[in-house]
Design a protein around this ligand. Structure first.
Ligand SMILES: Nc1ncnc2c1ncn2[C@@H]1O[C@H](COP(=O)(O)OP(=O)(O)OP(=O)(O)O)[C@@H](O)[C@H]1O
Ligand SMILES: [Mg+2]
Length: 249
């Protein structure tokens, strides 16, 4: 696997502190080159996913917190929708959800309420962002996310959604911190692993892949999330690369 990993502590700290203005890293505010990289990821995914699958369900995870999972999930769902596909982005980070905040929508009701079976129709839970781009926010934070994400009810919800959408992208928590991503993995088509340049630690990434492989998770590929360039923090995306198949060589 190609990668350059990364131990710059001061950069790491800055990333952890995040950026107050998340919007600069999201869809319509992205620079042309960044959007093009997401389109490349989209094209590679289309190539990797089985042709006959009606509505691929793609999980987005990483080894640790702050590597760009949610940013990747938002932007990827956006470029799929932009191409004309009907797309649902689900915030399944039921512990520290962030999609609603990033997209400036209400976080409830959402997935957790749906999984707790409050009886409402799925369509009442999702927000419509534009033409064919929909979001299912996290909902209230539940006490048992791992169990909920691996539940029969989750399977039923996904089966119903598969009938309505062309693609479903699921934002998940990190593999090395909680088992939620592993728990949902058998219900989805595959997983994308986000790696952040000069942030992700090699040993954490190895642990993450060990974990995913042990659980037989279908790893669709990795996204290299960009580095900062210039003097402004998070001012630019330097690059996104997609490694079509993960190998340990
Ligand atoms: N390529 C990038 N360039 C600049 N800033 C970025 C980039 N990717 C993510 N960020 C910023 O880094 C922070 C963490 O990103 P994000 O929320 O996507 O990570 P995450 O992996 O989902 O984190 P968590 O594990 O906490 O859910 C956010 O403030 C986001 O705006
Ligand atoms: Mg996140």
């Amino acid at each position: 696997m190609r990668m350059g990993l990364f131990g710059n502590k001061s950069k790491r700290k800055k990333f952890m502190q995040g950026n107050n203005d998340n919007t600069m890293t999201l869809h319509k505010n992205l620079k042309f080159t960044a959007i093009e990289q997401y389109k490349l990821i989209r094209a590679n995914l289309d190539f990797t996913l089985p042709d006959n699958e009606k509505c691929p369900v793609i999980g987005v995870t990483s080894s640790m917190r702050g590597e760009g999972k949610s940013t990747t999930a938002v932007n990827l769902s956006y470029v799929f929708a932009e191409k004309g596909s009907k797309v649902l982005l689900i915030d399944a980070d039921l512990r520290i959800p962030s999609i609603a905040k990033k997209l400036k929508i209400e976080s409830t009701p959402g997935l957790s309420d749906l999984l707790k079976g409050k009886g409402a129709k799925i369509s009442e839970f999702q927000s419509h962002l534009f033409d064919n781009w929909f979001v299912l926010p996290s909902g209230d934070i539940p006490p048992n996310p791992t169990e909920l994400l691996g539940s029969n009810r989750m399977e039923n919800v996904l089966n119903q959604l598969r009938e309505v959408f062309d693609y479903i992208i699921i934002d998940l928590p990190p593999v090395n911190i909680v088992s939620d991503a592993i728990s949902i993995s058998s219900l989805i088509s595959g997983m994308i692993v986000v790696i952040r340049e000069e942030y992700t630690e090699k040993k954490e990434l190895e642990r993450c892949f060990r974990q995913l492989n042990l659980s037989n998770v279908n790893i669709l590929g990795c996204v290299m999330n960009g580095t900062e360039t210039g003097s402004k923090m998070y001012g630019k995306y330097k690059k996104y690369k997609y490694y079509q198949h993960y190998t340990t060589e």
